[in-house]
Design a protein around this ligand. Structure first.
Ligand code: NAP
Length: 492
């Protein structure tokens, strides 16, 4: 028998079903709720307030008011509160991980890892927020002096996906709060509980009311419509699919809001003949099968040079045969479900289409009708760039393998996509690694490494994978405006 989520938690008060607006826990004006489902068991684990445009507008107004005092504080005062929030997240890691696994399906070890990663952004930006510098500019006229200062951009709207229900939030909220902004955030409808638990801990850290607002709801169009049209909102930060990102950018145009976009990927992983396969195998398992393949930087196209092609496939098949798909609460599982039945159907359709187009199915590739949204580890080989799957983000545990002959061919294939988020190269040649990394049209390149993300480095894409960078010393820029101040008559 499955233990109810609330009974799995040491601190049951972290499980929230109301939205968080203006420092208060609130129901929807309509009193409607929506179900949150454990994707491994298909059981309802919570019923969460289903808000819409009216509550979103109210939250924006409260954020606008709260921000006035917040941005006037010394950075150190804001930092102290963020540090407290960070510590509370660390202290409650186990409960937060259980909540995440229950609503998202990933294994507990992965959830614990995400909580640590999520918290790291708060710690990082608590520090970085104290290091916002302007310039003193050489004047073109003898009687003038110019300086620049950087100021909080204003109320920030944030919309986040379900695949990383905690980290995608803190990467946005921490830099925004650190520089003096307030945030109105809509988490994915599949995974609102992690967002609400973060808000509860921010509340305990005494983050002033109105600075962080969580709008839960299933009507993304209504909530997103208010976030993108409301004049009080000065910036939208979005992580999600490229089609929705494009739509939101268009919606923001009318009020000329600043946008930052973390969108879809189609990552190539290029494995050359001289690669060390003992390095490649853990790298590919991480890049392809972590979160059951549901990450934006998943190895979507595995390009393998012909000299090691057969050996690589045999080793990958061996590794995949050890995977055990199941629920997080079952100690034997290594991998979780996909997020919904629709996701299973989409992944399966891509696999079946590739097979129909001539791909070789090495293992997996079959839906089963057991409980939970599971899809087996699948390996497709002998793929070509003419097949539809070459251009699609798979978002599932499907390794799509393409043979290649030359370095130039691998570069051309890698760049033959509208996306440009992450790419990976495995080679023992230092010269080749530089050459290929420089030639790849991507925001991030991992050389002999696929675990490339951390709070200290800039995460983001080029082309249709987005704009802006999260994390690192650049992560504050998206939440700051530069103001030039001219001092005249300085010779008087
Ligand atoms: P999605 O369908 O675009 O949804 C993302 C968020 O947008 C959710 O909160 C969703 O709300 C909301 N949304 C959907 N339609 C909307 C609309 N018309 N107006 C306003 N908001 C709307 O993406 P997803 O399936 O959740 O996430 C997977 C995608 O995210 C993949 O493409 C992945 O590559 C990308 N991703 C990118 C990064 C990165 O850093 N580049 C990181 C993680 C994921 P509902 O849940 O309520 O529909």
């Amino acid at each position: 028998m499955t233990i109810p989520l609330i009974d799995q938690l040491a601190d049951a008060s972290l499980l929230k079903e109301q939205a968080y607006i203006g420092g208060r826990w609130v129901d929807a004006q309509s009193n409607n709720t929506f179900d949150v489902v454990d994707p491994a068991t298909q059981k309802i684990i919570a019923r969460v307030a289903d808000l819409g445009a009216a509550e979103t507008a109210q939250a924006i107004e409260l954020a606008d008011t709260a921000m006035r005092e917040w941005r006037a504080k010394a950075p150190k005062q804001r930092s102290d509160i963020l540090e407290r929030w960070y510590q509370l997240i660390v202290d409650n890691t186990e409960d937060l991980a259980i909540i995440m696994s229950a609503e998202q399906g990933k294994m507990l070890a992965e959830s614990r890892g995400e909580i640590a990663y999520s918290a790291s952004f708060i710690k990082w930006f608590a520090e970085e927020g104290k290091r916002v510098y302007g310039d003193v500019i050489s004047s073109a006229q003898t009687d003038r002096r110019g300086i620049t200062i950087k100021q909080a951009i204003g109320v920030v709207a944030a919309i986040t996906p379900w695949n990383f229900p905690s980290a995608m939030i803190t990467r946005k909220v921490a830099p925004a709060l650190a520089v003096g902004c307030a945030v109105v955030l809509k988490p994915a409808a599949e995974t609102p509980l992690s967002a609400l638990a973060l808000a509860e801990l921010a509340h305990r850290a005494e983050l002033p009311a109105g600075l962080l607002n969580i709008i839960t709801g299933v009507d993304a169009v209504a909530i997103g419509g208010e976030l993108t049209s409301n004049k009080r909102v000065k910036k939208l930060t979005f992580t999600g699919s490229t089609p929705v990102g494009k739509l939101l950018m268009a919606q923001c145009a009318n009020t000329v809001k600043r946008t930052s976009m973390e969108l879809g990927g189609n990552a190539p992983i290029v494995i050359f003949d001289d690669a060390d396969l003992d390095l490649v195998m853990p790298g590919i398992i991480n890049a392809k099968f972590r979160n059951s393949g549901q990450t934006c930087i998943s190895a979507n196209r595995i390009l393998v040079q012909k000299g090691i092609y057969d050996t690589f496939i045999a080793r990958l098949q061996d590794a995949a045969s050890t995977f055990n798909f199941g629920t997080y609460s079952d100690g034997n599982s290594t991998h979780g479900p996909l997020i919904t039945q629709t996701a299973v159907d989409n992944v399966d359709a891509k696999v079946q289409h590739a097979v129909a187009q001539g791909a070789n199915l090495v293992c997996g590739g079959e839906k089963n009708d057991s409980t939970g949204y599971f899809y087996p580890a699948t390996i497709l080989t002998d793929l070509t760039r003419e097949m539809a799957i070459f251009n699609e983000e798979i978002f599932g545990p499907v390794a799509a393998i393409y043979p290649f002959d030359t370095e130039q061919q691998a570069i051309d294939m890698s760049n033959d996509t509208p996306f440009g988020l992450a790419a990976y190269v495995y080679t023992e040649s230092m010269r080749r690694s530089w050459r290929v990394a420089e030639a790849l049209e991507y925001g991030m390149v991992g050389v002999n490494e696929t675990a490339i993300s951390a709070e200290t480095v800039p995460f983001g894409g080029v082309k249709e994978s987005g704009q802006g960078r999260e994390g690192s010393k650049y992560g504050l820029d998206d939440y700051l405006e530069i103001k030039y101040i001219c001092f005249g008559s300085m010779d008087k």
